[in-house]
Design a protein around this ligand. Sequence first.
Ligand code: BTN
Length: 256
Amino acid sequence: MSHLDLPFLENALAPLTLSVFDSIPSTNEYLKKASLSPQLCVAEQQTAGRGRLGKTWFSPPGVNLYLSLLWPMKKTISQLEGLSLAIGLSVIHTLTNLGIKRDIKIKWPNDLYWQEKKLAGILIETNTELAEKNNVVVGLGLNVNMLAQDHAPPSLPWVSLKQILGHTLDRNCLLVSLIKQFIPDLQRFEEQGFSDFLAQWPRWDYLYHKKIKMEIANKSIRGIAQGVNEKGHLIIQTEANTLLTFSSGKVSLLKP
Ligand code: BTN
């Protein structure tokens, strides 16, 4: 299995500053405290990889991509709400170029699924060190070459690109393609916001027209998912037939 190749990555992504770690607690945690932006951090393994809502991200060595990109972004926290959706679309764009054009979906707000199995997760956070400008940390965990026989599976069903495509992928080339897609999409998001990505969303919307439960602040709301609005908020048609929008929360599927 080939390793992450710092000289190759530096050359392909110049002038972006980047660090490659054999092992790190979390690439997001590292960049949340970094004092130079923009910057890319990637690791062969994470010992404390994190997901949304306090979940852990399974990060075995040498097989997948665990990456974080620290990027200056003149936006308030509330204006960043659609960013994980825009990055999800950016990942999908890269994966469709690999030939995965069907069965891939984004579950609002940050999960990529292939045939009901989790392929990738996105975690957007903010840097706490750089006070003068707003800087976001875009974290992506993508299952690339992981196989079930080599790894005790995490609790939920998962899939890797190798399982989908039937061959081992070069993680260095894939990383370069992802970052080359992220950078213009981050610039587009900064200039136009999520509304510029909205038209792409319905094609990849995992929840659309599904019966769901939204849990937020000790409340639980049931209804039918009706897509997202121009801010990237999830629209739910409730059982009382009113439309509600949510900027955050935990969504689970209900039996149809
Ligand atoms: C989720 O599914 O809730 C998001 C998972 C995000 C995982 C990535 S792996 C690289 C980066 N570092 C972390 O600790 N988390 C993100």
